[in-house]
Ligand binder design. Structure first.
Ligand code: SF4
Length: 360
């Protein structure tokens, strides 16, 4: 069993962000932690917890005493396995030695730091309230607090970003010696300022070819520095893949706590409502659906193929998809050995098209 805890507070909204997060409501954080603990009481688990992920929003905005209280409450209510991976997301400029000390004492042993880029003009353009010096400081402070397993997020295909700037960001972040990197292409989500600007033709973004060149640059540069691609968007030192996210891609069960958090237990998916006031009032509505067996099998294939090593399919998924898999193996886009299937490098580049054809 895995645990996800959503902390939906941010200093301000980034121009591309459609995550459920709220700027300017930080004073409600103590009440939010109360509500999270109440939800833990309502949603126990008999299974040991093998990984925990505090995501957001900006978990590093939680005041240190609130973070300590939250982690203590989770430990008191769930059975954490001895080697439990506990990740927290942190933003440069919004992480303090006090917060890191509370995190480390509460068992946080992995940090995911939202660096995004190294050029101040790009960070400003996407609405990030920090500079690269703050990212360097966050890495140094985390290590001083004893947290060695550090990951950084970087974004590409940003407005105004050139291939040279992207390579510069990759090299700048590599100089911080992260154990793990997540690289995300900008996506335009309806309702965000970037979406509206793009619709009016006012967002000068790299075209598809330039975006592809940025992906290729990462695939060329990162392995030379000991970081290997293990998932579409993720690179890690050997043995340092994010166990929690691998759990998502292998469809392990997880309980999601908090406003807008999602859960999967067996084939039952649940989504907590995204209304912060309702959540704080202790009456969070949730939507629940039970996946049909063929939908669960397709999800298994779709998520598993995100990883470079692929997935060993269940007997049901194999019987449903083996004819299509054989077709893609012949075309050099997939490989199969027994029930284990994976995409070739060429297949990885066209993953969405492959999945669209395999969809039942
Ligand atoms: S810090 Fe993250 S969650 Fe918060 S607004 Fe920016 S992208 Fe969204």
């Amino acid at each position: 069993m895995m645990l996800y805890i959503h902390i939906p507070f941010c200093l301000r909204k980034c121009a591309y962000c459609d995550f459920v997060s709220f700027a300017g409501r930080q004073e409600e954080m103590p009440r939010y932690v109360d509500a999270l603990i109440a939800e833990m009481d309502r949603r126990p688990s008999a299974e040991a917890v093998t990984s925990v992920f505090l995501g957001g929003g900006t978990p590093s905005l939680l005041p240190a005493p609130q973070l300590a209280r939250l982690l203590r409450a989770a430990r008191q209510r769930y059975d954490f396995s001895p080697r439990c991976e506990i990740t927290a997301e942190a933003n440069p400029g919004a992480v303090t030695p006090q917060w890191l000390e509370a995190a480390a004492s509460g068992g946080v042993n992995r940090l995911s730091i939202g660096v995004q880029a190294c050029q101040p003009e790009l960070l400003r353009a996407v609405g990030r309230p920090h500079d690269f010096a703050a990212a360097q400081e966050a890495f140094a402070l985390a290590r001083a607090a004893g947290i060695e397993n550090l990951s950084a997020d970087l974004m590409y295909a940003l407005p105004g970003q050139t291939l040279r700037m992207w390579e510069e960001s990759l090299r700048a972040v590599l100089a911080l010696s992260p154990w793990h990197l997540s690289l995300y292409a900008l996506t335009l989500a309806p309702g965000t300022p970037f979406y509206d600007l793009d619709a009016r033709g006012l967002l000068p973004r790299p075209d598809e070819e330039e975006e592809f060149a940025m992906q290729e640059a990462a695939q060329r540069i990162l392995p030379a520095h000991g970081l290997f691609r293990y998932e579409v968007s993720n690179y890690a030192k050997p043995g340092c893949a994010c166990r929690h996210n691998v759990g998502y891609w292998t469809r392990r069960s997880y309980i999601g706590l908090g406003c807008a958090a999602h859960s999967l237990v067996g084939n039952v998916r649940r989504a907590n409502a995204s209304d912060l006031d309702a959540y704080l009032a202790g009456a969070p509505a949730a939507e629940q659906e039970t996946l049909a067996p063929q939908d669960a099998a397709f999800e298994e294939l779709m998520l598993g193929l995100r990883m470079t090593e692929g997935i060993r399919l269940s007997a049901r998924a194999w019987s449903l998809f083996s004819p299509g898999i054989a077709h893609f193996c012949q075309r050099g886009l997939m490989c199969a050995r027994g029930r284990r299937v994976w995409l070739t490098a060429r297949g990885m580049d066209v993953m969405n098209a492959v999945l669209a054809e395999l969809m039942p």
